[in-house]
Design a binder for this molecule. Structure first.
Ligand code: FES
Ligand SMILES: [Fe+2]
Length: 342
């Protein structure tokens, strides 16, 4: 069944927000996975051994595409599925010098190129380019590896904005602190979590602790190509945080103590995985147990998002309007969804 396209007026002052069926009808959810998430850049967070052949997955909880990553002066990312009859090639990290399919013995090199195919000497026009393993885009940026299946959603402008605005951020002094990193599962649609992140209007109502740390009058939202940056100053007129969002689901939050990366992964239409990765600067610490700590603010956000999930699923709610002053980021997000789905 074909349902109406999502349409969000480009003028925020007259626009209506996302219709509730976007969050509740699986037609839109499946389309979102296909057209948006498959074309998005994601951060590769799996542990790698660059001497070996590493099986990794792209968006494990939704798309779950099996890929292989190798390194040989550069990163190579390609399909983990044999081009003959579709067997999965490597199930675990492998130190061999070649990739050999255990079904009929087809062999590939560590960049995915076909080397041998037993039993195919009489097959005409063989091998061709698509008998090698399909390559996928991968990019190294600062401490991170980004990868994608389709890569249609460009994030270079967001990365460039970080490089310019945060030119002196000590990327070479940050490290992943596992004990302050967390994963949550939330009973809500992934987009509700993102749109909550994209506005500061709720801060005085939901985050009393955070609200007393920042000067809300300094809160700014700027729109980027496939991204949004929000920032605010503290009571001493110093930048409290730069909140970067990459369409559709990545957040990079820069603080004086370091960087917090949030990855918002759909599991199903009403279940979402949230990964919080903490990267403190060496010698500094992510603040703990304060009224404005990330853990506390996160809990406050999750509670409200779960409540909204219940509200948008009701008979009565259809859609709302935007605050032109405070919800530019949410409007941009909804416009991006609608553009990418059409
Ligand atoms: S499926 Fe891999 S060689 Fe046949
Ligand atoms: Fe919040």
């Amino acid at each position: 069944m074909k349902l109406p396209p999502i349409s969000i007026n480009k003028y925020i002052a007259i626009a209506e927000t996302m219709p509730s069926y976007y969050y509740t009808n699986s037609y839109y959810y499946n389309n979102t996975i296909d057209k948006i998430f498959k074309n998005s850049w994601q951060i590769l967070t799996e542990k790698l051994d660059l001497e070996k052949i590493n099986p990794v997955k792209f968006l494990r909880d939704s798309i779950n595409e099996p890929l292989l990553l190798t390194y040989n002066n550069q990163y190579n990312l390609f399909s983990n599925v044999c081009t003959h009859r579709g067997n999965i090639l490597c199930k675990k990290r492998d130190s061999s010098s070649k990739i050999r399919c255990n079904y009929h013995g087809r062999t590939f090199d560590k960049e995915g190129k076909i080397l041998k195919a037993p039993g195919f000497s009489k097959t005409k026009n063989f091998p061709q380019l698509n008998d090698s393993l399909k390559n996928y885009p991968i990019k190294e940026w600062k401490n991170f590896l980004f990868y994608s299946l389709g890569a249609k959603i460009k994030i270079d402008k967001v990365l460039a904005d970080i490089e310019n605005r945060l030119f002196d951020f000590p990327f070479n002094e940050i490290y992943l602190d596992e004990k302050n990193s967390n994963t949550y599962t939330l009973d809500a649609n992934w987009a509700l979590y993102c749109e909550n992140y994209l506005e500061g209007l709720h801060v005085p109502f939901i985050h009393k602790g955070l609200n007393s740390d920042i000067d809300l009058n300094t809160y700014k939202t700027e729109l980027l190509e496939n991204g949004v940056i929000q920032y605010a100053k503290d009571k001493n007129n110093r930048i409290y945080a730069y909140y970067y969002w990459f369409f559709p689901n990545i957040m990079m939050n820069f603080y004086s103590w370091g960087l917090s990366v949030n990855i918002i992964e759909p599991i199903s239409i009403n279940k979402t995985k949230i990964s919080f990765l903490s990267y403190p600067i060496k010698g500094k610490e992510q603040p703990q147990d304060t009224d404005s700590s990330l853990v506390k603010v996160e809990k406050e956000d999750q509670e409200i998002v779960i409540n909204v999930q219940k509200g948008i699923s009701t008979e009565s709610y259809e859609r709302g309007r935007y605050s032109s002053e405070h919800e530019k980021g949410v409007h941009h997000f909804h416009r991006l969804i609608s553009e990418n789905l059409s």
